[in-house]
Structures are given as structure tokens and as C-alpha cells.
Design a protein around this ligand. Structure first.
Ligand code: AGP
Length: 609
């Protein structure tokens, strides 16, 4: 899940590499490094920690060069350390940055040790640089050495490689890890994500699996997996560098929470004609595919999985569409039974989550004929692999904790429920009603954002706590799960979610005065049942924090705090109830002084298994 950036230009490349690295930090922030080529050869600087630490090092120990590669790491093989930081270099001749995992690294390492190579790190990556070094002795150049080397690699990789033997050139390649080529006015660049290069270009080529690219400052040549020269389409990105500043907010997460009304509106825009949702919003063949399918199987990870859990309620309750959902990492190894007419719906913010991609491939192997991706990154692998696509238009989400991606995923999923549901039992009238609820969302979310100060005050109760419980029922149980995930992810408080009816089957034993219990209690058909569950908690001294749109006087006493949420239609309320939980976890994390946008041990895009 690391981030790589590189390029070849006329003058010094270091500022471009550093800016790019800063925008890739969401992919990992255990260590950072760069290597440049100049007349003296390869110059490399690496640090343990974030890009900021590398920037500080470069102030005291500057380097410059017109060819370079840089890396920000999320540790897989080998602990976070300077020795394990990339670039890895072999005998001052070849330097490599890598995103991915080399599965046969042990076997290659054994062989290379026998050939006299010394290993300076515990990484899987180091075998690549030694392999290229050896291949260069016979292959006649860096490009063919890289081509020869990748044939020996098992696993996933995006690579940037340079050699002191070939100043002014860079070789890049990918397999199952993202890599784009940026076409700038002053040269060519490589990066894990377009975000890293927006300061120099908006024109990109997205490399395909198996592609190898040879880059100089004025030339780009791409070879496909069979080593034939190919021309890949140049695409214009609509993103600009301004997407990546905090716009005055102290953290990206808070900015992204506040962006939700607009992000949801953008996700809804242009999908309707005369108030009717267009099948074509999902892709060219959507109408035929929706007519064909008989059931839905959702696959996703983390927050995206929680969005899918809500959607299962919607598919089955509102439209009687049979719907199953599974965590992608489990599905891919379970050998499930799948009918050809089951639509596979994959949900992912990044579109690069390795388990979700693998689950989609597995579903295809198992015989599912069609798939649909709900995704936030237009050129991602998932978007390229699915038959149909509905983009969430949340804009770049930088905070590791997913916020606007989740609520736009839910919005997109409700659009899918309407489109597919009309072929099942969703009436025209209900479809109109759900559409109206969707368009009311931005206004309702704005009202909830006004509760920020009230929720901030509540967060003080959590700052000394070790544990928390989140309760919900029905389609709000996944929202409780999402609330618990947000709290543990950024404040490091252990939090669990339960369907409230499960309490007395075990978790009630945990309740005491030290246990905050966050309850999502909208006024719906399950409220009376939920009230009984809350009474059970209150009677045992638990501290209840209730988010509701209803008067709950019956259980209000010293241990109960109620936050009143503006009333919304029940179908859509899971989206609305998400917002106060995001704000709560944000404020708890700020109070605890954790790194809100880059919590420990995590990365935004989980491109390894
Ligand atoms: C959420 O806050 C997480 N950071 C994480 O659970 C995330 O949703 C998960 O890794 C899936 O990512 P994706 O949506 O990019 O596939």
C-alpha cells in the first residue's frame, strides 16, 4: 500500500517528488525516501516516519538531480525503519521503489545470497533491485533488465527503477498495483495516483497490468505484457491540486465530514431525466443486465462493507430483491455457490482494495455473469474490471477514516436499489418517494452538522474510556458498526457494535458505569423494542448516549444523554445518523491527541492482502 512517485525532467526534480510524496502519504506513512540521479551518480535520502521528516532531512542535507524516484511506505515485510525504507539500491548502480508484495522473495533471496549479494533490509523489495542489477550484466540495458526481472517475480508490484548507467531515463511497470504516467510540459512522471502529479500535469496514461514503460524527459514508450510496443490512451483528469488542501479545517477528516451535503448532491446529479432515474447512469448495458439478474451479492471491506450491509436491508425490505453480502476477504476463499444471474456489487472508495478486487475475480470464476462497481476513483482497477459502474462523486478522500465516501456509497446504493427494485417489487410511487428522500439529504445533513458543538461536548466523556459499545437495530445496526469502527480507528478506544437485541445474550455482562453505550434510536417500528434494550442497560448503571428523533423521557435519568436529530424519513435515516457518529469519533480523537488523518498502523488504500 505504499506510494511511489518519480520522473525525468530538464532541471532539479526534488521539489516535484516531495510535493507528490506528500499527496501519497495516505497510502502509508511508516517511512519515506527518495533517490535522484546526477553527475555524481545515485543520491539517496531515507527516514523513518513521515514525509515531513524527509523534508526536514533534505533541508540540512539537500540533494538534486533531474531523474528521480520517491516512496512513502506502509510496512509489510520488515518493521518500519530507515533500513527498510525505499528506495533500495544495489551497489550504487540500480535504485528501485516498489508498491506491492513479492511472494517468492525468500526463494529469490536465497539464490541471490549464493550469488554474493548482501542484504541491507528485511524487505521483499530488495530482491528486485539485486535481480535487476544481475540482469543488467547480460541484458544490454535497464529496460530489458526490468523486463527480464519481472518474469521472475510472483506477487504484485508497481515499480520505478533507475540506473546510474542510464542517466535521464526511468523504467516503470505494474502488475496488480496501480501506476500512472503523467505527461508534463517539462518531462514524464510516474505515480501510484494522479493526485501526486497534479502540480505538473492533468494528462495521464493509466498503465495496464503487465505494461513496462520506458521514460526519458521527452519520450514515453510503453510495452505490453508480451513486450510489444503499444499506445495507451491519454486521459485528462478533472482534479486539480486545490482538492488536496484542508481549506482552513484543522484536519482532512473534518473537512470531509462537512463536504458531505455537496458530495451527496454531486453523486445524485445527472442521473435523472424528468425525475426518473436513468438505467444508463450505471453504464451502457445496464438495462439489459438489470432485466436479467435475479439476485444481488455485495462484496466489500471495512466501511464499504458497512454500506453494503445497509443496502441489503434496502434491497430486501424495499424491493424484495434477494441480497447477500460478505466481507471480500472471506468470500474469496470460501468457494461459495453463485448463480450466473446474481449481480455482483463491489463497493470501494479507492477501487484498489486487494481483497475486493480478488473477490470480484473469484465471483466471475464461480460463474456470476455480471458485476457492478460503486467506487470513488474513476480510473481504479475495480472500475476497469466491472461491467457496470456507478461513481460516487465524493472527490478525493484523504483522511484514512472514511466519511464522505461512506455516505456517498449509501446514496449510490439507494440509486441502485431504485433501478433494480423497479424490476422486482418497488412501485413507481415508492421509487419517487425514495428519490425525493435522497434529494432532501443534503439539507438534512446540513442541519445535523449544526449539532457539532453539542457532540463535541459529549466527546469529553470518552476521552478517559477504554471501551465503548454501539447499539442499533435493523438498517441502523450497520451504522452502529460504522460508528464503532470510526471510534476505534482514530481514537484507539476499543469499540464494539451489537444489534441491540443481542445484548442479553452476552454483552450485557460488560455494562458498568465505565462503559459508554452509544445507541442509534430513530423513531421507527423497532423503537419500542430498542427502548426495552436501553432500559436493560440503564438499570445496570451503563452510560447511555442516545441519538434519536423521538422524545425518550421514559428512560431519561442521570445516566442518559439524548441528542435530538432532526426527523427524516426512515428509509434514508441510516445515512443521516452516520453524521453525528463521525463527529463524535472525530472530537474524541482530537481530545485524545491522536493523529486523526493518519492513524497508527493504517493506510488509506489497502492494496495488499
Ligand atoms: C474506513 O474508515 C477504513 N479506513 C477502511 O475500513 C476502508 O473502508 C476499507 O479499507 C475499504 O477500503 P475501500 O473502500 O477503498 O475498498
Amino acid at each position: 500500500m505504499c506510494g511511489i512517485v518519480g520522473g525525468v525532467v530538464q532541471n532539479n526534480l526534488v521539489a516535484i517528488l516531495m510535493e507528490g510524496l506528500g499527496r501519497l502519504e495516505y497510502r502509508g506513512y511508516d517511512s519515506a525516501g527518495l533517490a535522484v540521479l546526477n553527475k555524481q551518480g545515485i543520491r539517496c535520502k531515507r527516514v523513518l516516519g513521515k514525509v515531513k521528516a524527509l523534508r526536514e532531512l533534505l533541508e540540512t542535507e539537500p540533494v538534486s538531480g533531474n531523474t528521480g524516484i520517491a516512496h512513502t511506505r506502509w510496512a509489510t515485510h520488515g518493521k518500519p525503519s530507515t533500513a527498510n525504507a525505499h528506495p533500495h539500491i544495489c551497489r550504487n548502480k540500480v535504485a528501485v521503489v516498489h508498491n506491492g508484495i513479492i511472494e517468492n522473495h525468500e526463494q529469490l533471496r536465497k539464490q541471490q545470497l549464493e550469488n554474493g549479494h548482501q542484504f541491507l533490509s528485511q524487505t521483499d523489495t530488495e530482491v528486485i533491485v539485486h535481480e535487476i542489477f544481475d540482469a543488467m550484466k547480460t541484458s544490454g540495458g535497464l529496460l530489458s533488465a526490468v523486463m527480464q526481472t519481472v518474469k521472475k517475480l510472483e506477487g504484485t508490484y508497481a515499480l520505478g527503477v533507475m540506473s546510474s548507467d542510464e542517466p535521464g531515463s526511468l523504467v516503470a511497470c505494474r502488475k496488480d498495483s496501480p501506476l500512472v504516467i503523467g505527461i508534463g510540459n517539462e518531462g514524464y512522471f510516474i505515480a501510484s495516483d494522479v493526485a501526486a502529479l497534479l502540480q505538473v500535469t492533468q494528462r495521464f496514461v493509466f498503465l495496464e497490468d503487465g505494461d513496462v514503460a520506458a521514460i526519458t524527459k521527452d519520450k514515453l514508450v510503453i510495452y505490453d505484457v508480451n513486450e510489444h510496443e503499444v499506445v495507451r490512451t491519454v486521459k485528462e483528469s478533472l482534479l486539480t491540486a486545490d482538492f488536496f488542501d484542508k481549506s482552513g479545517y484543522p484536519h482532512y477528516m473534518l473537512k470531509e465530514i462537512y463536504e458531505q451535503p455537496f458530495a451527496i448532491l454531486r453523486t445524485l446529479e445527472d442521473r435523472f431525466i424528468n425525475n426518473r432515474l436513468q438505467d444508463s447512469a450505471f453504464g451502457e448495458n445496464a438495462a439489459a443486465i438489470f432485466n436479467y439478474i435475479k439476485a444481488v451479492q455485495i462484496l466489500a471491506c471495512g466501511t464499504s462493507h458497512h454500506a453494503g450491509l445497509v443496502a441489503r436491508h434496502w434491497f430486501e425490505k424495499l424491493a424484495r430483491v434477494p441480497c447477500d453480502i460478505e466481507v471480500a476477504s472471506e468470500f474469496r476463499y470460501r468457494n461459495p455457490v453463485l448463480a450466473a444471474d446474481t449481480l455482483i456489487v463491489v463497493i470501494s472508495q479507492s477501487g484498489e482494495t486487494a481483497d475486493t478486487l480478488a473477490a470480484l475475480q473469484e465471483a466471475k470464476k464461480l460463474g456470476a455473469k455480471y458485476s457492478l462497481a460503486i467506487c470513488n476513483v474513476p480510473e481504479s482497477s475495480l472500475v476497469r474490471e466491472a461491467d457496470l459502474v456507478l461513481m460516487t462523486r465524493a472527490g478525493p478522500e484523504i483522511g484514512v477514516a472514511s466519511t464522505k465516501a461512506f455516505t456517498t456509497q449509501l446514496t449510490a446504493l439507494m440509486l441502485l436499489v431504485i433501478a433494480v427494485g423497479k424490476r422486482f417489487h418497488l412501485s413507481e410511487e415508492k421509487a419517487h418517494n425514495l428519490t425525493a428522500q435522497l434529494f432532501n439529504l443534503p439539507g438534512n445533513i446540513k442541519k445535523i452538522l449544526q449539532l457539532n458543538n453539542e457532540i463535541k461536548a459529549l466527546s469529553e466523556q470518552f476521552s478517559q474510556k477504554q471501551h465503548a459499545l454501539f447499539l442499533g437495530r435493523g438498517s441502523h445496526y450497520p451504522i452502529a458498526m460504522e460508528g464503532a469502527l470510526k471510534l476505534k480507528e482514530i481514537s484507539y478506544i476499543h469499540a464494539e457494535a451489537y444489534p441491540a437485541g443481542e445484548l442479553k445474550h452476552g454483552p450485557l455482562a460488560l455494562i458498568d458505569a465505565d462503559m459508554p453505550i452509544v445507541t442509534i434510536a430513530p423513531n421507527n417500528s423497532l423503537l419500542e423494542k430498542l427502548k426495552s434494550n436501553m432500559q436493560e442497560v440503564s438499570a445496570r448503571g451503563g452510560q447511555l448516549i442516545i441519538f434519536t428523533d423521538e422524545s425518550l423521557d421514559t428512560i431519561a435519568d442521570g445516566n442518559v444523554q439524548v441528542v435530538k436529530i432532526p426527523q427524516v424519513d426512515n428509509d434514508i435515516s441510516p445515512i443521516v445518523y452516520t453524521i453525528p457518529l463521525q463527529l463524535l469519533s472525530y472530537h474524541v480523537a482530537v481530545l485524545k491527541g491522536t493523529d486523526v488523518d493518519q492513524p497508527r498502523n493504517l493506510a488509506k488504500s489497502v492494496t495488499v492482502e
